[in-house]
Design a protein around this ligand. Structure first.
Ligand SMILES: NC(=O)c1ccc[n+]([C@@H]2O[C@H](COP(=O)([O-])OP(=O)(O)OC[C@H]3O[C@@H](n4cnc5c(N)ncnc54)[C@H](O)[C@@H]3O)[C@@H](O)[C@H]2O)c1
Ligand SMILES: O=C(O)[C@H](O)COP(=O)(O)O
Length: 400
């Protein structure tokens, strides 16, 4: 049995991925895996039992990645699984930022039939106070052309907007997805200075902390509108409020609340709604539950943010998995231990990601508990090996 502990509201579609005969959900204090959304784990002690963390969503800044890597905890997210939901919200925000639909609705609600004019006449007479502007022909700057940004860029083009994209680290996969008629900016200032709207779709990390501050705001057009549906730490709040106060920014729309932002009349805060659609919650939970299952049961890694992707068909009766530092001669040292114990290798694969690496070795006979214990002890005596697991190949019945 594997034990999963959940935090936040996780869709039942995702939880259904774990068969009841193999998994307990929230049944034990020391789980094999956590399944979370935005739960902040930075102050949590990671239990020794923990093999994996699944983030049903995109951003992983709520997870202590370095600590997880050093403790042999593989962290997975659900790349792109909520991108459509965010894109649709951005379209709504662009429209609501351009046309005063919300105040107009609120005003219409206040109308009552009068002796001089009924509500229909009053509505016709008052509509000029709620004149908006169209998106077509305006320029949208998109910072970050990943799963969300590439979709936003595409849809904005379909709405007739000019789009300038900025992403110096764009992946080949996303480069293929970005519509060819967007302009590629080579600097941040290029995208900021030319856009009527700027929308940010990048991860929060040390490098992107405070990416938009006073200097960057000065590069923007005076009547530009800024959207931050990525993370609060990417945009510095104080300079944004100062720019709004002196009229050097027209509006700020964000998914991340703070009391200062909530009080400002030119700021609109949505309560972290980007990925909150039924479809996105189902997609995210299902995708990450499947990758957690794959890792727990077969040792294969897909969509991890701290360890490399490694797939190898599980054709042998027994599999050994090794999370280790990315240093020379690890394979030599592991295979030496195997040779000492007269264990024959059937298949193997190794890959690295930054400072960490992963090796799968299939052996041609099942290991007894005593043999595995001896093997594990010898491996863990090697400082650079972080975690070793031994997995019996699931039987056909178990796989069903
Ligand atoms: N509001 C929400 O509910 C919600 C939902 C989904 C994602 N997000 C946030 O949006 C972020 C992006 O999501 P995604 O699914 O598109 O991720 P993604 O990994 O697919 O795309 C991120 C892109 O940003 C680019 N990038 C990184 N740093 C950059 C920089 N300094 N300048 C320009 N480009 C940069 C990367 O190259 C990548 O292409 C997530 O990390 C998360 O924080 C928020
Ligand atoms: O990074 C994400 O995927 C979004 O911010 C959604 O977060 P949530 O799952 O807490 O809604």
């Amino acid at each position: 049995m594997f034990a999963i502990k959940t935090y936040n509201v996780i869709s039942n579609v995702g939880l259904a991925v774990f068969p009841k005969n193999k998994y307990s959900i929230n049944g034990v204090a020391e789980p094999d895996a956590l399944l979370i959304r935005s739960q902040n784990l930075h102050r949590n002690v990671l239990p020794v039992s923990l093999l994996a963390i699944g983030r049903a969503g995109a951003g992983v800044n709520n997870i202590p990645l370095q600590k997880a890597s050093e403790n042999g905890v593989v962290v997975f997210n659900a790349p792109g699984a909520n991108a459509n939901a965010v894109k649709e919200l951005i379209v709504a925000v662009l429209i609501l930022a351009s046309r005063p639909v919300i105040p107009a609705i609120a005003w219409a609600k206040t109308l009552t039939d009068g002796e001089q004019a009924d509500v229909t006449l009053q509505a016709e007479a008052g509509k000029n106070h709620y004149r908006g502007a169209e998106l077509a022909g305006k320029t949208l700057g998109v910072i970050g052309l990943g799963a969300v940004g590439s979709k936003v860029a595409d849809t904005a083009r379909q709405l007739g907007m000019n789009v300038i994209g900025y992403d110096p680290y764009i992946s080949v996969e996303h480069a293929w997805q970005v519509t060819s008629d967007i302009k590629r900016a080579s600097t941040l200032s290029e995208v900021l200075s030319q856009s009527d709207f700027v929308t940010i779709h990048i991860p929060y990390n040390e490098q992107n902390k405070n990416l938009i501050g006073a200097n960057e705001l000065l590069m923007m057009k005076k009547d530009a509108i800024l959207l931050n549906y990525s993370r609060n730490g990417i945009v510095e709040e104080a300079p944004v409020l100062a720019a709004l106060n002196v009229g050097h920014l027209k509006q700020y729309w964000t998914d991340f609340a703070s009391s200062e932002l909530l009080q400002h009349e030119k700021v609109v805060v949505t309560p972290h709604l980007g990925g909150t659609t039924q479809e996105a919650e189902d997609n995210c939970a299902q995708m990450v539950a499947q990758t957690l299952r794959l890792y727990l049961e077969s040792g294969e890694i897909e969509h991890s943010v701290n360890y490399p992707a490694v797939r190898m068909p599980f054709n042998s009766p027994y599999r050994l998995t090794f999370l280790h530092q990315n240093v020379p001669n690890m394979l030599g040292r592991i295979t030496t231990v195997l040779a000492e114990l007269n264990i024959n290798i059937a298949n193997m694969i190794n890959a690295s990601k930054g400072d960490f690496a992963y090796t799968l070795i299939d052996v041609d006979a099942p290991m007894t508990a005593a043999l595995y214990e001896e093997f594990e002890q010898k491996c863990l005596a090697i400082d650079e090996i972080i975690r070793v697991r031994g997995l019996a190949r699931p039987t056909q019945k178990e796989e069903d």
